[in-house]
Design a binder for this molecule. Structure first.
Ligand code: COS
Length: 384
């Protein structure tokens, strides 16, 4: 349900102030330390950021997809690592339970996720199964009243801090592909769970990923999401549809920040006796970035509005993620170019953002997977 317009307006203002006054000044330190300070995490909890999309009945704010996009655009104006702290609780780490969980699973986990006391993450990717998610090999074989998990999940965002994993695993090894996959909620302190080493990444320093290894890890029968076997792949895809819209909105916010920084630099920096913003080749780069950012924003907002109206948005979510993530890559590249030599120097935030945005074209489905989904949906529509 949508929030009252005034209440939502206040939320957006508060988040905007938090971004400008609290997060932006800490960006360089977070990048240098590869850690988001705990006092900032505490403030995020107090602001309710962990519970943005969790329904109000379970202690969250229950934002609509359009409202979530608005907030994500504002949050995009600072380092993506900050969003990552609560991003899995807002998106892929909670939505499996929100969308397909039993009432008992919702009551048990969502209030803690909304408050930030439980950090959730999403375990789909494996060493040999990335884009081909239905090829995953982790097994959840029946044992007593429950299951035993075995397998390795790779590059799991927030795993080092997680209390709860949504795990896609094969309950029916004889059924290849999507049909044999089920989804589970697994407490991180269950026996038989080991974390891999923290990976060193190109960017988004302060956001952490590692492997999650399940070795004869017992889970109770009521850990099966929705209580039905064989639905796990579909749960994962539904989660990703919403997640991809969220990431697209973040890309719009980051692009807006990069455009603002590039414009400010171009107006300040003088060459040939004039601000470089006076030169048409610089103006062309600014104009392209501004236009592409506005186009991505329109695409994301339209898809979000349609999703709130109950329309299927598989194609539009993929289009939004594809266009917005590629767009912010181009915008970051131009922002570095406008900064010239300074753009390659770590003191300027465009250097950091250039590295940070590279991930948007990869996670929650690569650009190539989005293209494939878009074209498949087009063919389905044409054949209907
Ligand atoms: N919502 C609901 N159901 C969906 C769906 C969606 N968005 N997408 C697919 N499904 C259903 C299909 O309808 C099909 O159901 P039936 O068997 O009942 O017909 C089932 O799921 C299998 O779908 P499909 O045949 O399309 O699966 P594919 O193996 O061909 O793969 C892609 C689909 C490539 C789209 C999928 O594997 C994918 O998104 N890969 C990228 C994974 C990813 O984003 N990883 C990032 C890591 S997580 S941060």
């Amino acid at each position: 349900m949508a929030l009252d317009a005034d209440v939502f307006g206040q939320l957006l203002d508060t988040v905007g102030r938090f971004v400008d006054e609290r997060l932006k000044p800490a960006e360089a330190q977070v990048d240098a330390d590869d850690a988001v300070p705990e006092d900032i995490v505490k403030d995020m909890k107090e602001l309710g950021l962990f519970g943005l999309t969790i329904p109000e009945d379970y202690g969250g704010l229950g934002l609509t997809v359009s409202e979530e996009a608005d907030v994500a655009i504002v949050l995009g104006r600072t380092s993506p690592a900050f969003r990552s702290v609560f991003g899995t609780n807002v998106g892929i780490g909670s939505q499996g339970i929100v969308i397909d969980g039993t009432e008992e699973q919702k009551r048990r986990y969502l209030p803690g996720m909304a408050s930030g006391d439980i950090i959730g993450c999403f375990c789909l990717t494996e060493p040999d199964s990335g884009s081909d998610a239905a090829a995953l090999r982790t097994t959840a074989l029946p044992s007593g009243n429950g299951y035993v998990l075995n397998g390795t999940k790779r590059y799991i965002t927030n795993a080092p801090r997680a209390n709860l994993f949504t795990v896609m695993a094969r309950t029916d090894p004889d059924t290849p592909g999507a049909g044999g996959i089920s989804a589970f909620v697994v407490d991180a302190d269950s026996p038989g769970i080991r974390l891999g080493k923290a990976e060193k990444k190109m960017g988004q320093k302060g956001a952490h990923v590692c492997d999650v290894i399940f070795e004869d890890c017992p889970v109770p029968g009521d850990a099966l999401i929705g209580g039905v076997e064989g639905q796990g792949f579909k749960t994962a895809m539904k989660v990703l549809d919403r997640g991809r819209l969220h990431i697209a909105a973040v890309c719009v916010g980051v692009a807006r920040r990069l455009i603002d920084d590039a414009l400010a630099y171009a107006m300040e920096r003088k060459q040939f006796g004039r601000p470089i913003a006076d030169f048409q080749l610089i103006q062309a780069m600014l104009a392209d970035s501004e236009t592409e950012c506005a186009a991505a924003e329109a695409l994301v907002r339209d898809a979000a509005r349609r999703k709130d109206a109950g329309e299927p948005v598989v194609k539009r979510a993929a289009m939004s993620k594809y266009f917005a993530s590629e767009m912010v890559g181009r915008v970051a590249d131009r922002a570095v170019q406008i900064h010239g030599g300074a753009g390659y120097i770590a003191e300027y935030s465009v250097e950091r953002f250039y590295r940070d945005v590279r991930l948007f074209r990869i996670y929650e489905g690569t650009s190539q997977i989005q293209q494939l989904i878009i074209a498949r949906e087009m063919l389905k529509e044409a054949q209907a």
